[in-house]
Design a protein around this ligand. Structure first.
Ligand SMILES: Nc1ncnc2c1ncn2[C@@H]1O[C@H](COP(=O)(O)OP(=O)(O)OP(=O)(O)O)[C@@H](O)[C@H]1O
Ligand SMILES: [Mg+2]
Length: 343
C-alpha cells in the first residue's frame, strides 16, 4: 500500500504517515492489529490520536469479521499435504507439510535447513499420487544459498515411481532409467522454481509482496504456486537490528513480514516454509540454544515448528515442536547426495 493511503486515516498527516511507515506500519492491516501504545511509542503520536488511528484502521481494514464454521471447513478441506518422502517424518506431520500454514524449520548451521527447502521445492512439483502438490515454488534466498545443482541432484535422487509418474504427467517420453528423459525433467523442475535473492530485510519484505503477485498470476495455471520458501527468514533482521533498543522494531518488522507470508499461503493454498538459525553456543546473547532467534512472535505465527539437530554423520534428528492437533515427536533422516532420505 502506498504511504499516502495512510493519510486517509483521521489524524494522520504526511509527517505522521512517514513516521508510521518508518516504524513498520505501512498498511491498514498492520495498524489495525497494533496496540495504541505501540504507535505512541514508536511513531511518536499522542495517546488519544493513536487510539483513533487504530480504531479507524480497524474499520478500514475490515478485520475481525466472522465467518461460518462451514466456510472455515471448506477452506480447510483444500489443505494440501506435501510429502517429505520420508515416512517417519510424514507420519509425525500427519501426512506432510500443510498448505495454508507457516512451517518454521530451525536449527544450528549445517543442520540441513537449506536442504529441506531445496527438497521441498522439488517434492511440491510431483503429482499428488506420489506425494506432491502439482505446483510450482517460490524461493526467497537471503543468504545466497540456493543451488540449482542441488535441485538437479535431488530430482535424480527421487524414487523411481515418483520420477516415472512425473515424467508421464509432464508428457516427457521415457522412464527413470532413461538419462535423456531425466535430464529433461531436471530442466523442467528448475523452470518451476522462481528464485529471488533478498539483499536486505526491506528487500526481503518487498519480495513477500512480489511473491503474492506472482502467486496470483499463476493461480489458474497448470502449476499454481504451492510452496513459498524463505531461507533464511531471520538472517538479515539479525544482522541489521543489533542493539537491544532495536529489538522491538525488529520484532515488529518480522511480524509484518510473517503476516504477508501467511497471507500468500492462505490466499493461494500454498505451504510456507521459513528457516531460522539457532545458536549452538549456550553462552550466546540469544540465550537458550534450542530456542529460535525470532523469539515469541515467531512462536505464535509459525504454526508448525520443526527443530533439526545434527547427529552422527549424515543423520539428522527432526523434532516436531508444539504443533496444533499433533503430538510432539522425533524422527530421523539422512542428508545425502541424492537429497533427504529415510534412516
Ligand atoms: N551434495 C551433498 N551431498 C551430501 N550432503 C550434502 C550435500 N550438500 C549439503 N550436504 C549436507 O548438508 C549440510 C548443510 O546443510 P544446510 O546447508 O541445509 O544447513 P543449514 O541448516 O541451512 O545451515 P545454515 O544455518 O548455515 O544455513 C552439510 O553439512 C552437508 O552435510
Ligand atoms: Mg542454510
Amino acid at each position: 500500500m502506498p504511504e499516502s493511503d495512510l493519510e486517509e486515516l483521521p489524524g494522520v498527516g504526511p509527517a505522521t504517515a512517514d513516521k508510521l511507515h518508518d516504524a513498520g506500519f505501512d498498511s491498514y492491516q498492520s495498524l489495525a492489529v497494533a496496540a495504541p501504545s505501540e504507535l505512541s511509542n514508536t511513531a511518536d503520536v499522542g495517546d488519544s490520536t493513536a487510539a483513533d488511528i487504530v480504531r479507524a484502521a480497524r474499520d478500514a481494514a475490515d478485520i475481525g469479521g466472522f465467518e461460518t464454521g462451514s466456510t472455515v471447513l471448506e477452506r480447510r478441506n483444500e489443505i494440501g499435504k506435501l510429502s517429505w518422502h520420508i515416512d517417519e517424518i510424514d507420519d509425525l506431520l500427519g501426512g506432510g507439510i500443510e498448505t495454508q500454514s507457516i512451517t518454521e524449520v530451525y536449527g544450528e548451521f549445517g543442520a540441513g535447513k537449506s536442504q529441506v527447502t531445496h527438497q521441498m521445492a522439488v517434492n511440491v512439483q510431483l503429482p499428488q499420487e506420489v506425494g506432491g502438490l502439482h505446483g510450482s515454488a517460490i524461493f526467497v534466498d537471503t543468504e545466497d544459498t540456493f543451488r540449482p545443482e542441488r535441485v538437479d541432484d535431488m530430482v535424480r535422487g527421487l524414487p523411481d515411481d515418483a520420477i516415472d509418474a512425473t515424467l508421464e504427467d509432464r508428457e516427457i517420453e521415457g522412464s527413470a532409467d532413461d538419462e535423456e528423459a531425466v535430464d529433461a525433467l531436471v530442466e523442467d523442475v528448475l523452470e518451476k522454481i522462481h528464485v529471488a535473492k533478498a539483499f536486505n530485510s526491506n528487500h526481503q519484505m518487498l519480495l513477500a509482496e512480489k511473491a503474492k503477485e506472482l502467486a496470483g498470476e499463476h493461480e489458474d495455471s497448470e502449476y499454481p504456486v504451492r510452496l513459498l520458501c524463505v531461507d533464511s527468514l531471520t538472517a538479515h533482521f539479525r544482522a541489521e537490528y543489533v542493539g537491544r533498543g532495536e529489538l522491538a522494531d525488529r520484532q515488529q518488522k518480522l511480524n509484518k513480514h510473517l503476516h504477508d507470508l501467511d497471507k500468500v499461503g492462505n490466499l493461494y493454498n500454498a505451504a510456507v516454509i521459513v528457516t531460522n538459525q539457532v545458536a549452538s553456543n549456550p553462552d550466546s546473547y540469544f540465550g537458550d540454544p534450542t530456542q529460535p532467534i525470532g523469539g515469541n512472535i515467531l512462536g505464535h505465527k509459525s504454526t508448525f515448528r520443526m527443530y533439526l539437530r545434527k547427529s552422527k554423520g549424515d543423520k539428522r534428528i527432526v523434532k516436531l515442536v508444539d504443533a496444533p492437533n499433533l503430538a510432539d515427536g522425533e524422527a530421523v533422516m539422512r542428508v545425502q547426495d541424492e537429497g533427504l532420505k529415510p534412516e
